[in-house]
Design a protein around this ligand. Structure first.
Ligand code: ATP
Length: 527
């Protein structure tokens, strides 16, 4: 029986193991209507698994189910599938996108719930043959998009969208459901620009004001403090702290998460490299990437340096690597080691020993159904014939070398996994991000673009990732270009930082320059 005085949600004594690997030990959570609960914890702490249990996801059932009890409005529930959870008013936006690439945003938002209208045929043969009512689909999709206060065209096809727009489309799909009582957002801001993330936080406040409860997972701890009523901190499958957000600060949450004070990465020991030759020369680069402005980039990158590219959202920093590496249409000229690199041709870039860790790790990053070994080594095998053994006409994989390189990066990047044979999809999101880096390192390219390297990485592991980038650059002399929305992150690992504003390079400064100097460049030509 529903009990109107009971909390909206109670999760009691939840336990879960994956084939003997205990990932949730005894979790208790309570949530009232309109309440926003922030769920935080290190990569692999068990946050997504807990939410997958609540949402009735197949992977939980297929791996032996869970123990404990879930109550909604005082009534015990056990969702066999996400459809049951949806029917009970729970929506979830996952770390992975579940959009259909060839459909528009509006079609995805109303998928399986499309308004229809009768036609002559359906009047005779029944409503199953009704026509899709595109006008109403478009109106309802626009209403859901408007609720988030962002500008996305409902007519845009998903495959043409940048990653941030895809995320908003996912959220709009949940917001368009009338019966929504509780929305689970699993790291929704990880792929968003700062401005988009602000818009999303505002829309969470709006949902809460309308009585919708929200469980919000993020590694950006200031977001938790800005929008949540309650904070639940998980560590290694336990809840280690639950408190009102107003009683906590970022340092305290961090301490609860990792069990110690976290040092940020030491500031980079900034090198000037006066004699270094230019390894990449970019002239008049434009890139056609939705949401990004890249108009006229002129930039020379020195051999062996770590160059940061920063700037405000949409001003062009993400467009530069995506254009050069051929993921979005681009024009202008790019020379690498004195030879022109053909644009719009990803394979030619890889052949020239360029590599790219994209901000869209699930879109272009991983082979989720394959093992870590396969993920780490596949690119190097395919592009460089590495990790292969030859005898006469026969070629086969060098399994020992593949295992060794995978183990090396599991160790260096502290990837939380059961071993190198584990499938990528079984890793937590932050650990998948580390695999993307390992994959690029295994290529041992001459030149590496890394876009948003610590996206989805917990506060304790950020320094480790930045240190790994520095080490990779120093040990192998690889030129690294780091693109990041966090200036502090760039200052911790780069020699120089170029700031993009209005689709152009507004200036390049040593990483030791003051924040004010960078801030002035950032707003200098904003469009
Ligand atoms: N399908 C699966 N099979 C085996 N192990 C899994 C599976 N899914 C998750 N795990 C394991 O459960 C643990 C918790 O993962 P989970 O994704 O819940 O972490 P998380 O707290 O959400 O981390 P992140 O912040 O990195 O997203 C991890 O060690 C992960 O490897």
């Amino acid at each position: 029986m529903e009990n109107n005085n009971a909390p909206l949600l109670e999760m009691r004594n939840i336990k879960k193991d994956f084939f003997g690997n205990q990932v949730l030990s005894d979790i208790n959570i309570t949530l009232g209507p309109g309440e926003v609960l922030g769920l935080v914890g290190e990569n692999g702490a068990g946050k997504s698994t807990l939410m997958k249990i609540l949402f009735g996801m197949d992977v939980i059932r297929e791996t032996g189910g869970y123990e404990g009890e879930i109550r909604l409005n005082g009534q015990a529930v056990k969702f066999a599938t996400p459809f049951d959870a949806l029917a009970a008013g729970i929506g979830m936006v996952h770390q992975e996108f579940s959009l259909i690439p060839g459909f528009t945003a509006a079609e995805n938002i109303l998928l399986n719930r499309e308004p229809t209208k009768p036609n002559i045929v359906s009047q005779v043969f029944g409503p199953r043959l009704d026509t899709l009512d595109y006008k109403t689909i478009s109106q309802r999709a626009d209403q859901a998009i408007d609720k988030m206060g962002v500008k996305i065209s409902g007519d845009m096809v998903i495959s043409d969208m940048p990653v941030g727009h895809k995320q908003f489309t996912e959220i709009a799909r949940e917001l368009s459901k009338d019966q929504l009582k509780l929305l689970i957002l699993d790291e929704p801001t990880a792929v968003l620009t700062e401005k988009e993330a602000e818009a999303l936080l505002a829309s969470i406040r709006n949902m809460s004001a309308q009585g919708i409860s929200v469980i919000f997972i993020t590694h950006r701890l200031h977001e938790i403090l800005s929008v949540c009523d309650t904070v639940v901190v998980m560590r290694d499958g336990y809840v280690v702290k639950e408190a009102p957000a107003k009683e906590l600060d970022v340092q305290e949450i961090t301490r609860w998460m990792v069990g110690r004070n976290v040092e940020s990465a030491s500031a980079a020991e900034v090198r000037e490299l006066p004699d270094a030759k230019t390894i990449m020369s970019i002239r008049k680069l434009w890139v056609d990437m939705p949401g990004e402005t890249v108009r006229n980039i002129d930039l020379d990158i020195k051999e062996g340096e770590i160059l940061g590219i920063g700037g405000l959202a949409g001003q062009g920093k993400l467009g530069i690597p995506n254009g050069i590496m051929g993921l979005y249409e681009a024009g202008g000229t790019v020379e690498f080691e004195g030879k022109p690199i053909p644009l719009n041709s990803p394979r030619k870039c890889l052949d020239a020993s360029l590599a790219f860790v994209s901000e869209d790790r699930r879109g272009v990053g991983l082979l989720l159904d394959e093992s870590l070994e396969w993920n780490v080594a596949f690119g190097a095998m395919q592009i460089q014939n590495k990790f292969l053994k030859k005898f006469g006409l026969f070629t086969w994989r060098d399994e020992r070398a593949i295992r060794a390189v995978t183990d090396k990066y599991i160790d260096e990047l502290k990837i939380k996994c059961t071993g190198s044979k584990q499938k990528a999809k079984e890793l937590s999101g932050g650990n998948q991000q580390k695999v993307c880096l390992a994959k690029a390192f295994a290529l041992q390219p001459k030149f590496l673009f890394v876009s948003e390297p610590t996206r989805g990485i917990d506060v304790g592991a950020k320094a480790l990732v930045l240190e790994a980038l520095k080490r990779f650059n120093r040990e192998f002399g690889v030129t690294v270009v780091v693109i990041s929305s966090e200036l502090e992150e760039l200052r911790q690992c780069c020699d120089r930082i170029a700031i993009v504003s209005g689709g152009r390079i507004a200036g390049i400064l040593p990483a030791t320059e003051s924040s004010e100097a960078f801030g002035t460049l950032m707003v200098s030509q904003v469009v």
